[in-house]
Design a protein around this ligand. Structure first.
Ligand code: 6CS
Length: 315
């Protein structure tokens, strides 16, 4: 069989490296019994189209991010709440691998609509890039920030004083170039690979959020496969997922070196300023808890798991 595997990014981006590593691992493991065609973002429609195509079974595997799945799976927006995750990436890796809130409660929400999330994983800390310094909540007032199109992210930026605009990812560069937007948030590899450094003056290292995503399959498709195929796919995905936590660190490191050589100004957000932004964004957590009883249980468990992981890793 040939699996159709679609992701949301461009050639050479983290999701593309992940999908192509899976292709390599599974084709070798099964001696070509299972083949993979990888589709980069945009070839099979927008990131939202990919999720719908996965639900109809038009594609078999996908990488789908909460910035796009938030309307189909509202609870997946939990992974988009700014300042919810730790500013320690090792803590966040541990949480994504072990969290019952994500791998149990949230995974159930995907399965309720016929999608199996094999893994939730991360693509690194999000940075703000902008044409002005943004180091205190007042600086955000009136800034036209491009965000991904789910209302929790939009509300978060409006709370911080910005004007959120949900431009398609392929339009970010042009909109920055023409001042249609003033800034955007993304992991550093995406900012560098998208050449946003050419059209932005400041990079804020805020650690306000990690870019989280999910590797998913269509449940009916996957469970309809012979047992051996299911096992081979699951094993290959597990291997690639573990590998991805180091791969995305390397990509972030490479991107940081390029950014440091660029004339863009990189500003690390001082912790008291980070706290000021966190304060401003707290009502979003409160609003999220009101989304549903399940959402309230999920976010309280996730907050607890993050704290426990921080304590464990601090020792
Ligand atoms: O900001 C976006 O829309 C894009 N950012 C990343 C890191 N992956 C895909 C997404 O479309």
């Amino acid at each position: 069989i040939t699996l159709k595997f679609a992701h949301e990014e461009g050639q050479g981006d983290v999701q593309d490296l992940y999908a192509n590593k899976f292709k390599e691992v599974i084709e070798e493991k099964t001696n070509g019994r299972i083949k993979v065609d990888v589709y980069t973002g945009g070839t099979l429609g927008t990131s939202i189209d990919i999720l719908h195509s996965l639900q109809t079974g038009a594609i078999d595997l996908a990488i789908t991010s909460p910035g796009f799945s938030g309307d189909v799976i509202p609870e997946s927006q939990i992974m988009s709440i700014p300042f919810l995750f730790s500013d320690n990436l090792e803590v966040n890796k541990k949480v994504l691998k072990e969290s019952e809130a994500l791998n149990g409660l949230l995974a159930n929400k995907y399965e309720e609509i016929g999608i199996i999330p094999f893994h939730f994983w991360l693509e690194g800390f999000m940075y703000w890039s902008a044409n002005q310094e943004i180091t205190a909540p007042d600086d955000m007032n009136g800034v036209k920030m491009r965000t991904m199109p789910t209302n929790l992210i939009i509300k978060s930026y409006e709370l911080m004083g910005a004007t959120a605009t949900t431009t398609d990812s392929g339009e970010i560069y042009t909109m920055l170039q023409t001042n249609g937007i003033d800034g955007q948030e993304n992991p550093l590899f995406y900012i560098v690979n998208g050449n946003f450094l050419e059209v932005q003056d400041y990079l804020m290292d805020t650690k306000h959020h990690i870019y989280t995503t999910a590797t998913v399959t269509n449940q009916a498709f996957f469970e309809g496969l012979p047992e051996k195929d299911q096992q081979d796919i699951q094993e290959a995905i597990n291997e690639v997922n573990d590998w991805s936590f180091d791969m995305q660190d390397e990509e972030a490191e490479k991107a940081l070196e390029i950014a440091e050589e660029d004339d863009i100004e990189i500003i690390e957000l001082p912790s008291e300023q980070r706290e000021a932004f966190k304060e401003v964004s707290l009502p979003i957590r409160k609003a999220y808890k009101e989304e549903s009883d399940d959402a309230k249980e999920m976010i309280e468990l996730l907050e607890k798991e993050i704290k426990e992981a921080e304590t464990e890793l601090a020792e």
